[in-house]
Design a protein around this ligand. Sequence first.
Ligand SMILES: [Zn+2]
Length: 199
Amino acid sequence: MTPDEIIGRLKKGNENFVSNNLTQRDHSKQRRIAAIGQYPKAIVLSCVDSRVPVEDVFDLGIGDIFVARVAGNIENRDIVGSMEFATAVAGSKLVIVMGHTQCGAVKHAIDNTDAKSMNMIALGDLLSEIRPSVDMTERIGEVSSKNEAFTNNVINNNALKTVEDIKLQSPKLKELDDNGTIKIVAAVYDMATGRVNFL
Ligand SMILES: [Zn+2]
């Protein structure tokens, strides 16, 4: 399958999710088959948000997809290493950075929450990774997570920026993307509708 064909399959799976028509799966059987080996066609980088069930969102089951998760779906060295493994070693042809509406991490980055002063040093570092996406987003109205249009634009920009950062951090992923072996794309999951919008 080509990267575009995989995107088509995932969009179709997402239609099933949106229309509440998920495939019934025999997880015991799938688990036994998957134990022999895995050939996932894609790796998704998602936020940790409990309201984003990645496999369900694409109507996928055991052994179908790699999922990496970190608050705010930003890349870091371990995540990029996992993507190099998923593509160059395990044969996945698609990397999706999938943000979501109502993202708490993005909202705190917008509101400049000072996590470090509350002794959450690591969270402070994580939010500062999202801040550039806030700064690069055109100011429409006030810079506040209460400003829904602005917040949604930051969520989009954060996913798009992460795609670019992945290519900057990994010469291998950039090479595979440049020669068409894989595609690295951004998407946003709409929590209200269940729809994944590819950017
Ligand atoms: Zn989130």
